[in-house]
Design a protein around this ligand. Structure first.
Ligand code: CU
Length: 503
């Protein structure tokens, strides 16, 4: 039997899909620009995962490009059209727009109905690797996400090849089914010990494991193998079983291959667009220089492996060797072996077969990288004018809380323009949490009470096992802003609040 090429497969699948009467795809083609706005359409598309057609969402322009590339200094002049078949809103993750244009349904705007559109127009002064994604329900799990790259005009003449990769964790299942299972406590819990050096956690030896708050999903930790936990903290890792990890929609048995020059320079713009999977970036035989996280420059840091929490971005500069070769850039799930990636390949080289399973377990993602990062452009030295310690909590039934509140958006933290706000997250739960603040960039200023002049970010991971991270930001963007865990099922499970400026 003749096997279909990837292109044939996708064409056939798309035809079958549209024949099944998806109204979004049957609408006439729209103009590329409407009233001077560039149009981005939230729509449906078909990708191939492990030989099967998968119906997912996407954010595409009229020319078919996924997401957006623009230059710092331009305006974000976008008309977002909703053709996904249900209401949505899209958040511009990492941009700092006026709060009414932040794209969070329930905070900054009403959801856009199917068939409707919403216009955005605001200046984008800063370059960086950002992304856009749904802020409604579980749509992000179905890949309603895309890159949002803001190039620095001053770097336009630099001889550096840009490679953008959006990573994702993929399931064929309906995410609502996944959530229902998590709430019922029927998921496979994957317990994992972390070594004392593996993350900056506290000694858990004094803790009673049958404390109410250590229960999870109705399951007592007493039943778990506790051997050796005195040696370090305990993390409860990815509780959703995924079918695959994807890099730019592809699995590692059919990866995207980027043609590169031997001796050339490459800037990787990596986006962890996973719904709930913290990852490790593994450069294999290469070593890279991390130059920015979450779109904000850091002091250059050399390495071959980098921790990469949900919703974070890594900009890594590579100087390729002078040889004909193929260099995979891999992303591996924490605490597991599933991986994905892309391949950089110079002329004359061939790609060997890459397996989707690593030979070794990768540890939990913690604060190891975070402790080493230093902002290239830190906040000005200043005493905080407000401080708050926020407790990250959990309750049986997959309930996640901030300061004891479930979905506490209407119980906001108060802030006033001009404040220097210092916010400490204390993690009393069994899982780590990538905490994201909208509308601002913050600096990581302490980890487990140890002060550092850490990275400027918009998303920081608070490790499990009493992890404690302090961030600081200048209150310079008036409005009402979401503050939440970016693990999609934690957010939907209640781990969301807001920060509201006093008039
Ligand atoms: Cu979380």
């Amino acid at each position: 039997m003749k096997t279909l090429s990837r292109r044939d497969f996708l064409a056939a699948s798309a035809a079958a899909f549209s024949a099944a009467a998806v109204p979004s795809l049957l609408l006439p083609a729209r103009p590329a620009r409407a009233d001077g706005h560039k149009v981005i359409t939230a729509g449906r598309r078909v990708i191939e995962v492990k030989g099967r057609a998968a119906n997912v969402f996407g954010l595409t322009q009229a020319d078919g490009s996924h997401g957006l590339v623009m230059s710092a200094g331009e305006n974000f002049h976008i008309r977002l059209e909703n053709r996904i078949g249900e209401p949505t809103s899209i958040h511009w993750h990492g941009l700092t727009p006026p709060w009414q244009q932040d794209g969070v349904a329930g905070i900054s705007q009403k959801p856009i109905p199917d068939g409707g559109s919403h216009d955005y127009d605001f200046p984008v002064p800063r370059p960086g690797t950002f992304w856009m994604h749904s802020h409604v329900g579980l749509q992000e799990q179905r890949m309603l996400a895309a890159p949002l790259i803001v190039r620095d005009p001053e770097e336009a003449s630099a001889d550096i090849q840009e490679v953008v990769v959006l990573f994702h964790d993929f399931t064929f299942r309906d995410p609502h089914e996944v959530l229902a299972e998590l709430k019922a406590g029927g998921h496979d819990m994957q317990m994992m010990q972390t070594s004392p050096s593996g993350h900056a956690g506290h000694d858990m030896s004094g803790m009673s494991m049958d404390d109410g708050h250590m229960n999870h999903g109705g399951m007592s930790m007493n039943g778990m193998d506790m051997g050796g936990t005195q040696m370090g903290g305990m993390a409860h890792l990815q509780d959703v079983q995924y079918d695959a990890l994807l890099a730019n929609d592809r699995t590692l048995d059919d990866p995207e291959v980027f043609a590169v020059e031997p001796g050339g320079r490459v800037r990787l713009r990596l986006i962890n667009g996973a719904a709930s999977t913290n990852m490790w970036i593994d450069l294999g035989s290469l070593s890279g220089t991390l130059i920015a996280v979450d779109g904000m420059p850091v002091e250059p840091l050399e390495g071959g492996r980098f921790e990469f929490a949900v919703a974070q971005r890594l900009d890594i500069l590579l100087e390729l060797p002078w040889e004909a070769a193929a260099w995979p850039v891999l992303a591996v799930q924490e605490g597991g072996r599933m991986r994905t990636g892309i391949v950089l390949m110079s002329k004359g080289a061939t790609v060997g077969r890459l397996t989707e399973i690593t030979e070794e377990d990768f540890p939990a993602v913690g604060a190891g990288l975070e402790e080493k990062l230093r902002a290239a452009k830190p906040l000005a030295e200043r005493q905080p004018t407000r401080r708050h310690t926020m407790m990250l909590g959990e309750a049986p039934g997959y309930v996640w809380m901030l300061d004891g509140a479930v979905h506490g958006v209407d119980r906001p933290l108060a802030v006033k323009t001009g404040d220097r706000f210092e916010l400490t997250f204390m993690n009393h739960t069994t899982m780590s949490h990538p905490m994201h603040l909208h509308g601002h960039h913050f600096q990581v200023v302490a980890i487990n009470g140890r002060h550092i002049a850490g990275a400027m970010r918009d998303t920081v991971l608070i490790p499990a096992g009493m992890g404690m991270v302090t961030i600081a930001f200048d209150a310079d963007n008036f409005g009402k802003w979401a503050l939440h865990c970016h693990h999609l099922y934690h957010m939907v499970g209640g781990m969301m609040t807001s920060i509201v400026y006093e008039a």
